[in-house]
Ligand binder design. Sequence first.
Ligand SMILES: Nc1ncnc2c1ncn2[C@@H]1O[C@H](COP(=O)(O)OP(=O)(O)OP(=O)(O)O)[C@@H](O)[C@H]1O
Ligand SMILES: [Mg+2]
Length: 493
Amino acid sequence: SQLLSLLNSLWQSLQDSLTPYSYFDVPEFLGSASVEPNDLYRHVHLYLHQSVLSSPSLPPPRLTVSLPRSNSNLSSTSPSLSLSPNHSLDDTFNGHHLVWTLHADTLQDSLEERRSFSLRLPKRHASTLLPAYLAHVSNSADSLERSSRTRRLHTNSQRGGGAWMSVPFRHPATFDTLALDPSVKSQLLADLSAFSDGKEFYHRTGRPWKRGYLLHGPPGTGKSSLIAAMANYLRYDVYDLELTRVTSNSDLRELLIQTTNRSVIVIEDIDCSLELTGDRRNHQFGKVDKNMNKRQRVQSFDDDSDFEDYSRRDEGRVTLSGLLNFTDGLWSCCGEERIIVFTTNFADGIDPALLRAGRMDVHVRLGHCGAHAVRELVERYVGVREHHLLDNTERYIQAGAEMTPAEVGEVLLRNREVPETAVRELVAELQRRAGASGEEEDEGWEDSGAESSEGSSEKKGKKGKPGSGWEGKVRFLGRLRSLTKSDSGRRGV
Ligand SMILES: Nc1ncnc2c1ncn2[C@@H]1O[C@H](COP(=O)(O)OP(=O)(O)OP(=O)(O)O)[C@@H](O)[C@H]1O
Ligand SMILES: [Mg+2]
């Protein structure tokens, strides 16, 4: 047997020196105990799975067909194809012919099976070809993994606890279903793509790989839908953080640390969720700065009881500085590829500290429907592209008719069986609101004056109206609330 093994190894060396190929093994497990999974093996497995499916040439004569467990992390429930043991699959890269073979060896005296892929490359080009080809394999596998993973919607569950609970995220909103101003849509898409492809940029510039969005606008203008569309576009998980359920800054930190990479962290209605007493007070008196040490803080209050009162209030609650520490401070770099989205109905009710550049990088105002959005919604809901009545929408909108996309959608939805009625009813409603707004011109409602994403930009600077029905009331009450909050702090509320 010694002679046989000697001859065998000589034969191997002879073969190795004569063959024009190099071979590279990719075992399934690493280490002497073979327990540590090899990520490259998983990448090759996924890459070959994709290649088998997309290959225009004939597949290898034998393939393995399997159905992932229903509770697995992959969203697909269709059978998957993979290479069978001791069979090969051809690939080409940069004009070179490469061959993958799957080996399965059963260990002696055991039922255990060791699997590995081997890659055959032309020997002369191996040193240059291998790194580029493996990077290509890993990137393809990575994007396949991203696109086939079931995404989840997480929310913080118990009051005071630092735990998330989650359900599969299957929101149907996409950028195709949202009626947005085309330029806003294209800017948003470009921004999101640049962000998700920006790994190298963020590392080079030493910035944490995160981006902050502030979405503001009246109720029903599509803020939540836009978040869902963003998450669907990037294929990120969503963490919907209910701040009112978080009792302290440390709970907040604990929750945020648990969020995974490639996720959108959402804090809706930020102006209603955050109690800013401590910080408001600081702004109001100009005495306490978050960079002051405790001694300076004590000195800045008139007496000790004042300071104790201030500290106690901060202890058991989430504060603005706690939130800023996470969006901006040292903690912001735990994890990568995260988008933080704040929504509010009133951008001017938010503390300027939250809005400064670097915290909220992009501000998007979602306004009432412009003529373009109305047409888009009509076409999507009832399939009417052109109608002579629709030519009047622009005129009514300019005369002050305000309808949110949610309201337009509601009118169209209840008449969707009869498109003609849907269009008539919608245009009549716009006409009614244009007329009503003319009568109410003197009421003194000041719009926030922010630039509009759709249609209402032409009304910038002119007096707005409280709108009609519930929407106007909600806006008006909200406006009152934000005024009371910012002018006199909580004491005034
Ligand atoms: N731009 C839009 N295009 C298409 N549909 C829209 C648009 N905006 C809103 N909608 C529809 O209106 C409904 C309400 O929208 P959404 O919940 O996103 O509004 P919101 O701005 O988050 O409101 P709120 O401030 O009350 O949370 C959804 O059913 C959505 O489908
Ligand atoms: Mg919403």
